[in-house]
Design a protein around this ligand. Structure first.
Ligand code: PLP
Length: 489
């Protein structure tokens, strides 16, 4: 019997309950700490009200990100033992190359140490001062690298993309008319490439369709513009295509992945996401494009057969690449996200719908309408949730944005608190705990106030910045928590 069962992977319960089922067993575990609420408050104060600054010793459920935190499979871990340590010509790289060729269908494969390293190399190779880069939506590190290289980013999403409540299946689609207008306005010569991001991270892990990719391809071909895909979350995007795009209902994930990759000229990925390990890669079928990035990889990352990665990670990447074609693997995170999103939605708690990839995205402006956007509602919600539950989420709103030339915050399009579901990490009872605490927090939402920066780095400020509450609202929140939960953690 094949190791990879044919779809569908959805399991029906006789009871009629609509809950996700773990299609794996737990063989290695890590102890978690659920600290008392006073300690959680102290930890948050010490972290400068920035969840990036927390120690994992103080975190119960680490829902900050899925980057580098997906559970590895037994096959991935065991593959690391056969790693071939060599500066050049390593067999570990040969296995990675073979895996990427089979799964993405690309001839040329270069490893890099993580996704943003690929962004650095690609930006340096293709972007000139004053260039214009259309994309379905930016990612933080993408924007930083492309702007440092002199590019200007244009996000040309559809009208549905930023609606919090929607049933539109492909909020990650590009608006083709806006794309055509942008090319007309700036001219194809100033556009080094069009970037498509699979399972668009910052708008709630929302996928694009193959139909939309085909339209983008057509426009790109008319103007001889290269198409670049950020494939960090391509597995989940392929899963949603199978679920939501009628034409691909019976297609295998493998075929969907090959179809997607066949529609672009160059692909890059963070392997911390797509293949549940560390590292990343750049791949293409075009020799001229390959040569443009190859020499920069040697300069910035390492020799082309390791690119800044350890050979052990390269082995795990290769196995993880094959596992991306397994629907039981790539459906796991979306099915848990869908469970949490749908349960929150049923209670009227503002959350991005339809459920997407990567995490459950709470709408902080809907959750905390009394906190002005300039007081960072998504950051405040992340702070409050950690204090009352030990759950660490990530702010994806104005704190993750930048300031304009006058020093004013550029307010984010949406203020989201992302609760990431790394693949095969959390159980259903942990998910129910998150649901329970979010329900309590929503009932007590008027206790939550805003935040302000007290120490603000100029680049990617959300990582290392320190903030403070605009009043003593965290103390009031703790007081109410103790009243309702007594000595319970
Ligand atoms: C869509 C996307 N692109 C690029 C990156 C950057 O990858 P890395 O964190 O490996 O540098 C990320 C990371 O989360 C991502 O989500």
């Amino acid at each position: 019997m094949s190791e990879t069962p044919a779809a569908p992977v959805k399991v029906k319960f006789f009871s009629g309950e609509d809950i996700p089922l773990e299609l794996h067993k737990v063989r290695i575990v890590q102890k978690l700490y659920l600290r008392p609420v006073d300690e959680r408050l102290k930890a948050m104060q010490a972290a400068g009200f920035n969840t990036f600054q927390l120690s994992t010793l103080d975190v119960f459920l680490d829902m900050l990100t899925d980057s580098g935190t997906n559970a590895m499979s037994d096959n991935q871990v065991s593959s690391m033992l056969r790693a071939d340590d060599a500066y050049a010509g390593s067999q570990s790289f040969a296995r990675m190359e073979a895996a990427v060729r089979e799964v993405f269908g690309t001839q040329y494969v270069i490893p890099v140490h993580q996704g943003r390293a690929a962004e650095n190399v690609i930006s340096r190779a293709f972007i000139k001062q004053g260039d214009v880069i259309p994309m379905n939506y930016h990612f933080t590190t993408t924007k930083a690298h492309m702007e440092i290289s002199g590019g200007k980013i244009f996000e040309i999403y559809t009208d549905e993309a930023l609606k919090i409540k929607s049933s539109f299946p492909f909020k990650g689609n590009m608006d083709i008319n806006k794309l055509k207008a942008l090319i007309k306005e700036h001219g194809a010569a100033r556009i080094p490439f069009i970037r498509l991001e699979a399972s668009t991270n910052l708008i709630g892990g929302q996928p694009f369709s193959i139909a939309n990719m085909r339209e983008v391809r057509k426009v790109a071909d008319q103007h001889a513009i290269m198409v670049l895909m950020d494939a960090s979350l391509i597995g989940e995007n392929a899963y949603f295509i199978k679920q939501r795009e009628a034409k691909f209902k019976n297609a295998s994930i493998k075929d969907i992945l090959l179809t997607m990759c066949g529609l672009v000229d160059m692909i890059y990925f963070s392997s911390r996401k797509v293949s549940s390990t560390r590292g990343g890669g750049i791949c293409t079928n075009k020799k001229d494009l390959f040569l443009k990035v190859r020499d920069l990889v040697v300069l910035f990352e390492g020799f082309v057969t390791y690119g800044g990665m350890s050979v052990r990670e390269i082995e795990a990447l290769a196995v993880g690449m094959y596992e991306t074609t397994d629907e039981t693997v790539i459906s796991q995170s979306p099915s848990f996200i869908a469970y949490l999103v749908n349960e929150l939605d049923k209670q009227g708690i503002p959350v991005v719908t339809p459920a997407g990839a990567l995490g459950c995205h709470l709408d902080a402006m809907g959750f905390l309408p009394h906190v002005p956007q300039k007081e960072y509602p998504a950051g405040a919600l992340a702070t409050a949730l950690f204090i009352i539950s030990g759950i660490r989420g990530m702010e994806r709103g104005t704190i993750s944005s930048v300031r304009d030339d006058q020093g004013n915050d550029i307010l984010a399009d949406v203020e989201l608190l992302r609760l990431a579901f790394p693949r095969r990490v959390f159980t259903l009872s942990q998910t129910k705990f998150a649901l329970d605490r979010l329900t309590w927090l929503y009932k007590n939402r008027e206790l939550v106030g805003g935040l302000k920066f007290v120490d603000e780095p100029t680049v990617l400020r959300f990582f290392m910045g320190r903030l403070a509450p605009t009043s003593n609202w965290p103390d009031r929140l703790v007081k109410q928590f103790k009243k309702d939960f007594g000595n319970s953690l």
